[in-house]
Design a protein around this ligand. Structure first.
Ligand code: NAD
Length: 363
């Protein structure tokens, strides 16, 4: 098995550099504990890319990303760049990376740590033991479909247009990712659509049925997106793998994240091309940036997903999850997951604590 990996670190803006800094400690523990050679290359992206070069996805950053075995991204964006042209906004860097690297599949696990069950806004019995995976299509659908834009009509009023478009091939490849994922889990795929209203998602349903024929051990169910939103807060444990379009997945995965207590807890993987990208699902949180308040756990858990999906090493992912679980069991909490009787710690102390636990687990 390969021992030598090149990892692109793209910290980005706001709390991005803080949480990636903690994840870097985890990478260093894995490097020495497992006898690996990790080459970590840091490059600016988002607002910091724009400040450095005038573009949110500088050419050199894209090159570093494309030449890496895997990418770890913090977060991009912030009030400083809200007024600049849409094409130069920090968030455009994410769309650029996803399309250049052909990252069409976004995997977002929503797994609750037992020590955090009471941090969820839902009742203990609804969320205890929750472990579901949202597989979101990432490079197609209404976020990319054409025609798009705002046009002025002959009568002088304006009309905004976006287009929901999916080809059979785009649907097939994302649904296959969902089935492959389900094979390694509880063997159930729920495909989310709005086939009663949107023809494009009627096609989605048809293709999902076709793909299912190749996976006789996996059960396929269909659900309308409105019902899915309701079921996610009513009885989320009925789901194993949810697969859906870009926009539905965007919304449902944020909803699923809150079942687990905090947006600061959830990692993600974007797969498809040669190099995959790993990132926390949260944004740059400008309100808490630079204050040692950010929860670094989502980014740390993203490192685990990197080892599992890009390096085909399951063990480091389990070690990281166990290290996080034991730090939480010791009562350590960043402010976003703080509850009565627990000890509040900052970003750095949380990162150091997980790194220490990880060291013990590797030995
Ligand atoms: P956000 O996720 O940055 O923050 C939402 C809320 O959650 C805030 O109150 C924030 O303090 C809190 N939060 C987020 N991450 C946290 C963490 N790790 N620890 C503790 N608390 C945390 O979303 P937003 O406020 O809508 O967006 C802020 C900026 O981030 C915007 O510029 C937006 O475009 C950008 N954004 C970037 C990404 C990304 O880089 N992938 C994703 C979403 C939003």
């Amino acid at each position: 098995m390969k021992n030598d990996y090149r990892i692109a670190l793209l910290p980005g803006d706001g709390i991005g550099p803080e949480v990636v800094g903690e994840a870097k400690k985890i990478l260093q523990v894995l490097e020495s504990g497992m006898g690996l050679k990790l080459t970590l290359e840091t490059a600016p992206v988002g607002g910091s890319g724009y400040e450095a070069t005038g573009h949110p996805l500088p050419e050199d950053t894209l090159k570093t990303a494309m030449n890496a075995d895997a990418i770890l991204l913090g977060a991009v964006g912030g009030p400083k760049w809200e007024k600049i042209d849409f094409s130069l906004r920090p968030e455009r860097a994410l769309l650029g990376l996803r399309s250049e690297l052909k990252l069409f599949a976004n995997l977002r696990p929503a797994k609750i740590f037992s020590a955090l069950v009471d941090a969820s806004t839902l009742k203990r019995e609804v969320v205890e033991g929750l472990d579901l995976m949202v597989v979101r299509e990432l490079t197609g659908g209404i976020y990319f479909g054409k025609p798009r834009g705002i046009e002025t009509l002959p009568d002088g009023t304006r009309r905004g247009v976006n287009t929901l478009v999916y080809t059979e091939a785009e649907i097939e490849r994302i649904v296959k990712v969902a089935f492959e994922t389900a094979l390694k889990r509880n063997k159930k795929v729920t495909s989310v659509d709005k086939a009663n209203v949107l023809e494009a998602t009627g096609l989605w349903r048809e293709i999902a049925e076709q793909v299912a024929k190749g996976y006789p051990d996996v059960t396929l169910e269909h659900i309308y997106v409105d019902n899915c939103a309701m079921q996610l807060v009513r009885a989320p444990k009925q789901f194993d793998v949810l697969v859906t379009t870009n926009m539905f997945g965007d919304i449902l995965s944020d909803q699923a994240s809150m079942l687990t207590g905090s947006i600061g807890m959830l990692p993600s993987a974007s797969l498809g091309g040669k190099t995959a990208m790993y990132e926390p699902i949260h944004g740059s949180a400008p309100d808490i940036a630079g204050k040692d308040l950010a929860n670094p756990l989502a980014t740390i858990l993203s490192v685990g997903m990197m080892f599992k999906h890009s390096f085909d090493r399951e063990e480091p992912n389990l070690w990281i999850e166990n290290a996080v679980e034991s730090v939480l069991a010791q009562g350590l909490r960043t402010r976003d997951i703080m509850s009565k009787g627990m000890k509040e710690v900052g970003t750095v102390e949380m990162g150091d604590s997980v790194a220490r636990e990880l060291e013990k687990l590797i030995q």
